[in-house]
Design a protein around this ligand. Structure first.
Ligand code: SDX
Length: 428
């Protein structure tokens, strides 16, 4: 039996169907509201708006639960790899050995960039932010693969593999460009993460060999970032994709959305905040006080989340991993102690407790990446590499949804009523 919610406005009442998700979440379907009642809903920042139904990722923000295609993030973090998880997200099930081998082979085949990409990179100023280059170069892929527009199943597989693979090469080249270093070609003998580290850190005369600990830690970081349902960048990919923009153009827009400090850029902001505390610019206590002062405009970076009102399960895994990996690498980073102290202070402060503000995915990831030798300006780029399978999965799901329409919100207009044009001479 379909459940319904009743809405009464003045002398009219409408019954709105209530949709139930597979985990019992309820949503009022308002698609007929304007046509039948002349009303729209107003929900700036979409805090109460479900933009779609989706079978990819489940979050219970109250309980701190995150699952990809039903699999708890803790199990995937322990047993899976980034590439296996990418397949799971994009294609909806864990791959068989043959499927995973085929996907890995495609990733290896697609790792190199067209030689002319080098000239594109050389056109950027050396101090260009890697996120700007990443977005531009992902868009540039559309120039080389215009077929990414209307994709049948086989073509989609090809383009998805191309993007998952090339985003890593583009990211590494962006870093090399920012240092004025020679580009390093991908090595077909290396697996996904080791190959990325090779392209980042090798020299033509000196092959960088990443340690097992670093490869495992980066693999984990990518896996934990792989999807997070309708976050700002994924919603951007969906909005852009809804105009039937191709896969590359849609994901390039996702990179731009991710860049901001309230979203993926928070991992950089966290590190800058911890460094400022370390250098004595401000104590942990002063930092918290500033974050509580609304007039300051400052937020405690890496804290709070639109959906989680409990621990972000990814932050729990990353904190544990930071403890372990820093120990394995013999790194004694004072920023880790500062982060732990800030967390402790915040979690016992009534401002943060009342608002249910906990560490999010960006709070500990920067410390881990720093221990691995990854420079700060690459942190959000690494987030983008990790998020690519999620963006691709959502683009695919959206395109497979029957009756997909262009995203086009409405508004409540608050500007001037009709006004007659004034000739220049009459204007004050
Ligand atoms: C990511 O959406 C996703 O899923 C994103 C993500 C993903 O994987 O895709 O999880 C990745 O983007 C993580 C978030 C990274 N950003 C930060 O760490 C920046 C710091 N955090 C915030 O600015 C904030 O918490 C957001 C942006 C994450 C969430 O913003 P909301 O949902 O709009 O929160 P809100 O403004 O409604 O906050 C409620 C209250 C407000 O106070 P009151 O007006 O009720 O008094 O909490 C306060 C806020 O001012 N608040 C904070 C705070 N976060 C919220 N106060 C101080 N420091 C903070 N960090």
């Amino acid at each position: 039996m379909t459940r319904a919610a009743k809405l009464t406005f003045e002398d009219k009442t409408i019954e709105l169907p209530v949709i139930e998700g597979s985990e019992g979440e309820l949503a009022v379907d308002i698609t007929q509201l304007r046509a039948e009642m002349g009303l729209i809903t107003l929900d700036p920042a979409f805090g109460n708006t479900g933009a779609c139904t989706s079978a990819i990722t489940y979050i219970d923000g109250e309980k701190g639960i995150l699952r990809y295609r039903g699999y708890p993030i803790e199990q995937l973090a322990e047993h899976s790899s980034f590439i296996e998880t990418a397949w799971l997200l994009i294609f909806g099930k864990l791959p068989t050995r043959a499927e995973l081998d085929r996907f890995s082979a495609q990733l290896t085949a697609h790792a190199p960039l067209h030689e002319s990409f080098k000239h594109h990179f050389e056109g950027f100023p050396v101090n260009a932010p890697p996120m700007a280059m990443l977005s531009a170069m992902i868009n540039t892929l559309s120039c080389f693969h215009p077929e990414a527009q209307d994709l049948d199943e086989a073509a989609f597989f090809e383009e998805a593999a191309r993007l998952v693979s090339k985003v890593r090469t583009i990211a590494a080249y962006s870093y090399r460009r920012s240092l004025g270093l020679p580009f390093i070609y991908p090595d077909p003998k290396l697996r996904y993460v080791a190959n990325f580290l090779h392209m980042m850190f090798s020299m033509p005369y000196d092959q960088h060999v990443a340690t097992r600990e670093v490869i495992e830690a980066l693999n984990l970081i990518l896996l934990l970032h792989a999807d997070h349902e309708q976050n700002c960048s994924t919603s951007t990919v969906r909005v852009v994709g809804s105009s039937r923009a191709n896969l590359f153009a849609s994901c390039a827009a996702g990179v731009s959305a991710l860049w901001g400090p309230l979203h993926g850029g928070a991992n950089v902001a966290v590190l800058e905040m911890l460094e400022a505390i370390h250098k004595g610019g401000m104590s942990a206590e002063q930092t918290l006080a500033l974050a509580k002062d609304k007039k300051s405009g400052f937020k405690l970076m890496g804290f709070g989340h639109r959906v989680y009102k409990n621990f972000d399960p990814r932050a729990v895994i990353l904190k544990r991993s930071a403890d372990k990996v820093l120990g394995q690498l013999g790194v004694n980073d004072p920023l880790l102690d500062i982060a732990r102290r800030l967390e402790e202070l915040a979690l016992s402060d009534s401002y943060f407790v009342e608002r249910m503000l906990y560490p999010n995915v960006d709070f500990y990831s920067g410390i881990l990446m720093r221990a691995m030798g990854i420079p700060t300006n690459m942190f959000t780029v690494i987030f983008a590499i990790g998020r690519m399978p999620g963006w691709i999965a959502h683009w695919k799901e959206q395109h497979e949804t029957e009756g997909m329409r262009i995203a086009r919100p409405r508004q409540i207009y608050t500007g001037p009523r009709e006004t007659n044009y004034l000739p220049m001479a009459e204007r004050k």
